[in-house]
Write a protein that binds this ligand. Structure first.
Ligand code: SF4
Length: 459
């Protein structure tokens, strides 16, 4: 789609707004039949959408009482013409950002209780999504109150998995194919953990998260080496939460659980993503629903808090199979249940297989989510962190639910970007949060480059 801007420079916002209505369109390439022109003149923003022989037009008068009114008017004009052309009403309205809760808080700061009306009427956010934001703000307050000005968390990346899931776009290597990198990777990673701890002069992280990847898929001795390194390098006196992503159930063994217990891990993630065998098989998960339940019950015996992730919208999932899955997960009573909406990136295997993607329609996903949210709420689970990604089916979101007091604090600090997080390992992001500003720096993307680069440095 060709995008033409006159007297404004909101290309990023306008491209993202267009993608809400046309998720598979290329907003850089202008070889298709569609074009949009967004123009600012006098007190108005206008948008004209041409789609083949059809022409749609909208004009929006500035409301100068609104936060960022110029951008808002341009996006609103784009929303109007795209709505005329498609009939789609994106549930998050004009909000295109990743962190709607942060936007909600900004609006609350500016307009107090009136922010609900403004979000609904001027930003066209649905009442359900506003309620989600409000509940999330309430639920996360306990974890937010633990933060002090110079507190921080630690993220350690172990980018290996037993095999690659078809929807995955993370930088993660299959242990089968890339076994040779694990040992040198752990060596270089431990060096970086030690250097990071030294640079922090004995300060203690509030939370630690070892993710990736599936850290529990590497051999026991190397896995233990990472935990020994963290516990010996860092002062852990303030650390109240220590999480390990044991995402793939088939990687959870008695030995791994004993190691985690020994070194003070408090929480682990055991993720089925779906409880339908057909969905698991198609997604290349290499484990069954029964294996998930076995791993979960084993982990439970060690007293860990447990996070469970599900994805709404995977190919072959139905509203019935998803709802049955949610009920079974609720029966297990985990501390956290996070519901992701499927999103497809080109790096994922599903990204290149449009026939699989087409199996999931936005209406079914919306139904899966709304029925899951109701079930969770009626069992005492409320949203506590919330974020959005581009290209999710039906423009929906990812939400972590917990019962009061069982939230995973790291998820809030990391997703809402309200605490400094030091990242160690390949593709690990360090975010320094200071005076409302965030400085980001990312580690070398791929494990082999990381080993080369940092191994050389440490010689
Ligand atoms: S377990 Fe997670 S990181 Fe690993 S391949 Fe699957 S989605 Fe990707």
């Amino acid at each position: 789609m060709k995008i033409e801007l006159v007297n404004n420079d909101f290309r990023f916002d306008i491209s993202n707004a267009v993608l809400l209505f046309y998720p598979r369109i290329n907003t850089v390439d202008d070889s298709d039949q569609k074009s949009i022109k967004v123009c600012v003149k006098d007190n108005f923003a206008s948008a004209e959408l041409i789609d083949g022989n059809n022409n749609y037009y909208s004009e929006v008068q500035f409301d100068r009482s609104l936060y960022d009114y110029l951008r808002c008017a341009c996006v609103r004009a784009v929303y109007d013409v795209c709505f005329q052309a498609t009939g789609v009403r994106p549930p998050w309205g004009l909000l295109i950002g990743v962190r709607p809760v942060n936007f909600y808080l900004k609006m609350y700061g500016l307009y107090g209780e009136n922010c609900t009306d403004i979000l609904q009427n001027s930003y066209l956010v649905s009442p359900d999504k506003i309620k989600l934001c409000r509940e999330t703000v309430n639920m996360r307050s306990q974890s937010v109150n633990r933060l002090t000005e110079d507190s921080f968390s630690l993220y350690v990346s172990v980018p290996f998995c037993p095999s690659r899931c078809k929807y995955c776009s993370f930088v993660s290597f299959s242990t089968e194919k890339e076994k040779k990198y694990i040992d040198p990777y752990v060596r270089v990673l431990c060096d970086e953990i030690k250097t990071t701890a030294e640079s922090l002069h004995g300060r203690s992280p509030l939370t630690i998260y070892i993710g990736g990847g599936t850290p529990t898929c590497i051999p026991d001795d190397l896995f233990e080496k990472i935990l020994i390194c963290i516990t010996e390098s860092f002062n852990l006196s303030d650390c109240f939460e220590f999480t390990v992503e044991a995402g793939r159930p088939e990687t959870i063994s008695v030995k791994k659980l004993e190691i985690m217990k020994k070194y003070g891990v408090t929480r682990i993630c055991v993720n089925p993503q779906s409880l339908s065998e057909q969905v698991l098989l198609a997604a290349g998960r290499n484990h069954s629903a029964i294996e998930f339940f076995d791993a979960y019950r084993l982990a439970e015996q060690y007293g860990f808090d447990i996070n469970v992730d599900l994805i709404a919208g995977l190919p072959f999932e139905t509203t019935v199979s998803f709802s049955t899955g949610i009920k079974k997960i609720i029966d297990l009573n985990p501390e956290d249940i996070t519901i992701h909406t499927l999103y497809i990136k080109r790096a994922a295997d599903y990204g290149s297989d449009k026939s699989l993607y087409a199996k999931t329609d936005s209406e079914s996903v919306a139904q899966m989510l709304s029925s899951a949210y109701k079930d969770l709420e009626s069992h005492g689970y409320f949203p506590y962190y919330l974020y959005r990604q581009k290209n999710t089916v039906g423009n929906n979101e990812n939400i972590g639910f917990a019962k009061k007091g069982t939230e995973c604090a790291y998820n809030i600090y990391m997703m809402d970007e309200i605490q400094t997080i030091y990242g160690c390992g390949a593709n690990a992001m360090t975010k320094i949060v200071s005076n409302g500003q965030i400085t980001r720096s990312c580690g070398t993307k791929y494990a082999y480059n990381y080993i080369l680069k940092n191994g050389e440095k440490n010689k």
